[in-house]
Design a protein around this ligand. Structure first.
Ligand SMILES: C[S@@+](CC[C@H](N)C(=O)[O-])C[C@H]1O[C@@H](n2cnc3c(N)ncnc32)[C@H](O)[C@@H]1O
Length: 247
């Protein structure tokens, strides 16, 4: 079955699995990713729209814009519409399946900026240079905690002064009391957008050791001690948040 935009509906966890392996961004996921992410992340479209609006104030001709964990390129397409001529885009992901989808989608949309897609593991840091904007949308949460500090430092170090980082993450509540509530209401949200109890349970198990959220304030501290001068939250819905940081 296909959604109106031609992306097949996410049914990755719709049938009962004997064993639940760790979640992977493989070809099965890449094929349905745009449906999966837009239904799994509340206000995904609005967060992307806001990110692109903010990005438009920072992207500078002659500099690089990086999208780390770019998946199918949704952010780059939106940023591209607000970027000056002469901006160079670099999408990085460790899933070749995602980058193949990304290339197809950007070509079909007639993306008009220079574009490089790189396969790389962000657990090893990132090669960032002459950057006016870096985007980490729902990606830092998949980087092992041990490697997060170095990645964020690499970003800050490779960024020009007044460069901007957009960070969208799933987060923990600041207190376990609220965290339980937020998670409960998040699963209610998933049921409202059509995921069955089985799908919600199996996906939760698959993500358990793979997606490791920090608290919003932990992310804020990480950004401040890594070289960003200004940090603010531009979006928050229970256990999802969008942050903006400027070097
Ligand atoms: C939830 S998706 C990001 C969504 C995307 N940024 C968007 O705006 O729709 C996470 C992405 O990060 C990539 N990823 C996960 N771990 C990674 C790693 N260690 N190195 C590079 N990419 C990674 C995945 O392949 C996936 O495409």
């Amino acid at each position: 079955m296909s959604e109106g935009n031609g992306v097949p509906r996410d049914q990755v966890f719709a049938t009962e699995k004997a064993e639940i392996p760790d979640f992977k961004f493989n070809s099965e996921v890449a094929n349905v990713f745009d449906d999966m992410v837009s239904r799994s992340v509340p206000f995904y479209g609005e967060m992307q729209r806001m990110s692109a609006e903010l990005a438009g104030d920072y992207m500078v001709a002659g500099t690089n814009v990086y999208d780390l964990g770019c998946s199918t390129g949704t952010s780059m397409l939106l940023y591209g519409a607000n970027a000056p001529k002469g901006t160079r885009f670099i999408g990085i992901d460790d899933s070749q399946d995602m980058l193949d989808k990304c290339r197809q989608k950007m070509t079909a949309a007639g993306f008009e900026h220079e574009l490089e897609l790189r396969v790389a593991d962000l657990n090893e840091g990132a090669q960032i240079e002459n950057a006016s904007l870096v985007s980490l949308v729902l990606t830092l949460q998949f980087i092992r905690p041990l490697h997060r500090e170095k990645l964020v430092r690499d970003i800050a170090n490779g960024m020009n002064d007044n460069g901007c980082l957009i960070l969208v993450e799933k987060v923990l509540g600041e207190d376990s009391l609220f965290n339980r509530q937020f998670i409960k209401y998040y699963y209610d949200y998933k049921a409202r957008v059509g995921y069955s109890e089985l799908e919600i349970r199996q996906k939760r198990e698959a993500l358990e050791n793979v997606l490791i959220p920090y608290k919003l304030l932990e992310n804020r501290e990480l950004l401040l001690r890594s070289g960003f001068r200004y940090v603010d939250t531009f979006f928050k819905w229970y256990n999802f948040c969008g942050m903006v940081a400027v070097k």
